[in-house]
Design a protein around this ligand. Structure first.
Ligand code: ZN
Ligand code: ZN
Length: 350
């Protein structure tokens, strides 16, 4: 029986968070309780930490935030136990799109864009704590041998998998990743693992650009100084790349991405744009016969199956992206390191 636990609380509608000792949560009938082994800090958590406009409109303090986690099941709700799919001791990670399973999108196999979707750690308590309650339907059972830090990053890694594979895997083809935050960095590693070549990346931050090279990017361009559309066209005999993965949310990058895309190629967009972007639709998309996909979340559980495969035997070695690890009680150091641009992915261990 779990009683008290340490948790990172968003206590007030203001920047920052506090570490508190609170009652451990109890799982409802359809939930499991997990003991957290590792948690990682996401861009979404930075929004909540900074208390920006998005957070002010979405987050309802007091709450425990954080959503990227790996941990072991220590208690099962009655229905979760009766269902028999999960067991005490199972080492799980969390699919963060909490779906209702009954709406039209869920019935169409698009549970990741459920009409009544709640986001774990955003619309309900999350995982920056010693224990967390997880809806049983959102628990993904990991291979027991997967290191906890790596198990905790599968949610953003799955975003990268979804973006790389949607519309066909660019194995043996050229690809361009726009924006190398952790998801872009994972995408570079996945592209290399499936044999895409050459893999180009665009990233202005020196640390992230360096990690993009470590993850296998053949060339990394600095958008502030490099005419990367011209360089990519030159490197591809004037044709452009077969796949562009937009992960920056930068309007200029999206415009350039369509210019660097080969006719018949695919443009998969995961980045979220703060304002409208104007595009040359005729030349950039229509005459080019470009296939454009918006990407949201992960296909449940298809993306996770691919993720399992890619992380097994270190087909994709994500360790260069996991730059920092802190104790949960030192969470402030982790947020500060990301804010200062000194860290890519930060792992917190309770
Ligand atoms: Zn995340
Ligand atoms: Zn639904």
């Amino acid at each position: 029986m779990v009683c008290l636990m340490k948790a990172v609380f968003k206590e007030k509608p203001a920047p920052g968070a506090v570490l508190k000792e609170v009652d451990a949560p109890k799982p409802g009938p359809n939930d499991v309780l997990i003991k957290i082994d590792a948690a990682s800090i996401c861009g979404t958590d930075m929004h909540i930490w900074n208390w920006d406009e998005w957070a002010q409109n979405r987050i309802k303090p007091p709450m425990i935030f954080g959503h990227e986690a790996a941990g072991k099941i220590v208690e099962l709700g009655s229905n979760a136990a009766a269902a028999g799919k999960l067991a005490l001791g199972d080492f799980i990670s969390v699919e963060t799109h909490v779906y209702d399973g009954t709406c039209e999108q869920c019935k169409r196999g698009n549970a990741h864009i459920c009409e009544n979707m709640k986001i774990f750690g955003v619309d309900m308590n999350g995982i920056f704590a010693e224990y967390a309650v997880v809806p049983q339907q959102n628990a993904w059972v990991n291979d027991a041998a997967l290191p906890p830090a790596i198990a905790s990053i599968q949610e953003p890694f799955g975003n990268a998998v979804h973006t790389v594979f949607e519309g066909g895997a660019p194995s043996g083809d050229s690809a361009l990743v726009l924006g190398c935050g952790p998801i872009g960095l994972f995408a570079v590693g996945i592209l290399k693992a499936i044999g895409a070549s050459p893999v180009f990346a665009v990233e202005p931050t020196p640390l992230r650009a360096r990690i993009a090279s470590q993850m296998g990017a053949d060339r990394v361009f600095d958008p502030r100084t490099d005419d990367y559309v011209k360089e990519i066209l030159t490197a591809t005999n004037g044709k452009g790349v077969g796949a562009v993965l937009e992960m920056s949310g930068n309007g200029g990058a999206l415009q350039n991405g369509f210019k660097a895309l080969r006719p018949g190629g695919k443009m998969n967009i995961l980045g979220v744009f703060p304002k409208d972007v104007s595009l040359d639709v005729s030349n950039g998309i229509v005459f080019k016969y470009a296939r454009v996909h918006g990407i949201n979340g992960r296909r449940i559980w298809d993306t996770w199956e691919k993720t399992r495969e890619l992380l097994s035997e270190r087909k994709v070695d994500v360790r260069p992206v996991l730059t920092h690890e802190f104790a949960l009680s030192d969470f402030e150091k982790g947020f500060a390191a990301i804010k200062a641009g000194e860290a890519a992915k930060v792992i917190l261990k309770p």
